[in-house]
Design a binder for this molecule. Structure first.
Ligand SMILES: [Fe+2]
Length: 420
């Protein structure tokens, strides 16, 4: 069991699982070890970390204190306070007028253009050790929020199209957009939605402290390079520091977006509910954008393929949140089951190569007539024609052996596609 204790409370025989606080503030390169030397215990007690995480299953447990002297959890491990981000706040109009994908795409392109310069300037300032000036980018976050409210697929689709040179900045804008879209789907309040946007924008700030050649390296990373990359959550957290402009959600997401539900993530190996809602959302948005982007060492996956693969990574993401995320995007996992608004069930094939917002599906079952249909591929695009209502659980429709059913649908459809 993992326990958080104050640095002053460490004793020999404890198994140190991790540290909470700045990467720069703890005195050890490795974090997981059995504490056997008094000199090491002294280093921890004198360090500036806010807490030490000890594993009581692998070493001595901390001495229980009377209830009158509770051990305070470190600030960044508490449930986020969801304090609003500082800066001039422009509340959204009560109802954003909806726009078509095509109309919104033009505005979204302008937002992206503007964001490149602003975010690059902010990150460069952080790299040089200057304080982050959040108020400079808050109007941009409000513009992203408004664009997503008018049409939630335009900006989400466009931010995916980034070239290799601008990846670091555009990945931040993309995760900001995805977090805002995700938070809206969860019906979070406006202040929280805005803070989620800030968190998305700053989640990888620590990569400013990692040499670009390591971030872009196509070959296998050495152990030292891997350690350097894996230190970026703590480095980012240290760069944010106690800047009063930055909301706590952003600190939380910055430090914990590489944790995994099964405890195999880093930097602390937190599990399940030890990871906050915001950090679990951040993990999904971060990976989704990374795998759908063009990188020096790999070609991008289409959104449908990416979501299909992410769903199979057991223990990585919060499964329930993953389904909400999928529905928030309007893209659906390749190989997944969806319901259309004309009483048909369909198998998702992939995105449409000609239209980044289109999804190719094979309708195969009519739910009103309870009848199998001959599967014929159609492309579903937002704003017109047949629409996807959402992802469905195959078991709910009694497709207990979904992989077999899916293969049968594909086998039936392929001769038709070939003939066409
Ligand atoms: Fe990261």
């Amino acid at each position: 069991m993992l326990r958080h204790i104050k640095p002053a409370e460490v004793t020999l025989g404890m198994f140190v699982h991790g540290f909470v606080g700045s990467w720069f503030d703890h005195p050890f390169w490795r974090k997981k070890f059995l504490l056997t030397e008094e000199a090491d215990a002294l280093k921890i007690r004198e360090s500036r970390v806010s807490a030490v995480i000890v594993d009581t299953a692998r070493g001595a447990a901390p001495v229980e204190r009377p209830a009158a002297m509770p051990i305070a959890a470190p600030a960044n491990m508490l449930p986020p306070r969801y304090a609003p981000a500082a800066g001039r706040y422009r509340p959204p109009p009560a109802v954003q007028p909806k726009t078509s994908f095509r109309q919104e795409s033009r505005r979204a392109a302008r937002i992206i253009d503007k964001s490149k310069k602003k975010v690059a300037a902010m990150f460069e300032a952080a790299r040089l050790g200057h304080a982050l000036k959040l108020p400079d980018v808050l109007p941009l976050i409000d513009e992203i929020r408004d664009s997503v409210a008018r049409n939630n697929r335009a900006l989400v689709s466009l931010v995916q199209l980034k070239n290799k040179d601008e990846y670091t900045y555009m990945h931040s804008v993309a995760v900001c957009t995805l977090m805002i879209n995700f938070a809206r789907m969860l019906d979070l309040d406006e202040n929280t939605i805005r803070s989620m946007g800030v968190a998305g924008l700053l989640h990888d700030l620590g990569k400013m402290a990692v040499p670009q050649m390591i971030l872009d390296k196509a070959e296998r990373l050495t152990d030292d390079e891997m350690t350097m990359i894996r230190s970026h959550p703590e480095r980012g957290h240290a760069l944010i520091g106690d800047n009063p402009d930055i909301p706590d959600i952003a600190r939380d997401v910055c430090l914990h977006h590489h944790e995994k539900i099964d405890g195999t993530g880093y930097p602390f190996g937190l599990k399940g509910n030890e990871i906050s809602l915001a950090a679990r959302m951040g993990a999904i948005c971060d990976v989704y954008d990374a795998v759908t982007s063009n990188r020096p060492y790999k070609d991008p996956w289409t959104p449908c393929v990416a979501l299909g693969r992410m769903l199979t990574w057991e223990g990585h993401f919060d499964e329930r949140l993953m389904r909400v995320f999928i529905n928030s995007l309007g893209f659906y996992p390749a190989g997944g089951l969806v319901r259309l608004n004309d009483h048909r069930l369909a198998l998702v094939v992939d995105n449409c190569p000609e239209d980044p917002s289109g999804v190719r599906v094979l309708p195969f079952y009519c739910t009103s007539r309870l009848q199998e249909l001959e599967p014929q591929e159609i492309t579903v695009t937002p704003d017109r024609g047949v629409q996807i209502l959402g992802i469905e659980r195959p078991e709910f429709w009694h497709f207990e052996d979904w992989p077999t059913k899916r293969n049968a649908i594909l086998a039936q459809a392929i001769p038709l596609s070939t003939a066409a």
